[in-house]
Design a protein around this ligand. Structure first.
Ligand SMILES: [Zn+2]
Length: 97
């Protein structure tokens, strides 16, 4: 898949960002406060990121938690990373909060 085909590779409605990753709310989610932390380089999954990219994603995850807490004050958090094969959805490279 080329970068042009991937909506996640175009930063949009950015909550926070650093040099290697950015975070946004998931517009397709039914749960309020569902955020996505996305590396700026197109990779297949969390495990295909460099150590620096993984660190950048986790750093943003912490920042996003503060934003979500202020805006939505949820009862709790669920942190996950979808890992799928290359034919599956581009959501494979996203850390969810
Ligand atoms: Zn992409």
């Amino acid at each position: 898949m080329s970068t042009g085909d991937c909506e996640l590779c175009v930063p949009n409605e950015v909550l926070v960002e650093n040099s290697l990753a950015y975070a946004r709310y998931d517009n397709n989610s039914l749960s309020r406060g569902h955020a996505l932390v996305i590396p700026k380089r197109h990779v297949a999954s969390f495990f295909d990121m460099t150590n620096d990219e993984q660190s950048a994603v986790l750093s943003l995850l912490n920042q996003v938690q503060h934003i979500v807490q202020k805006q939505h004050a949820p009862d709790g958090y669920n942190i996950g990373a979808n890992v799928a094969n290359a034919r599956s959805a581009p959501a494979g490279r996203v850390a969810h909060l």
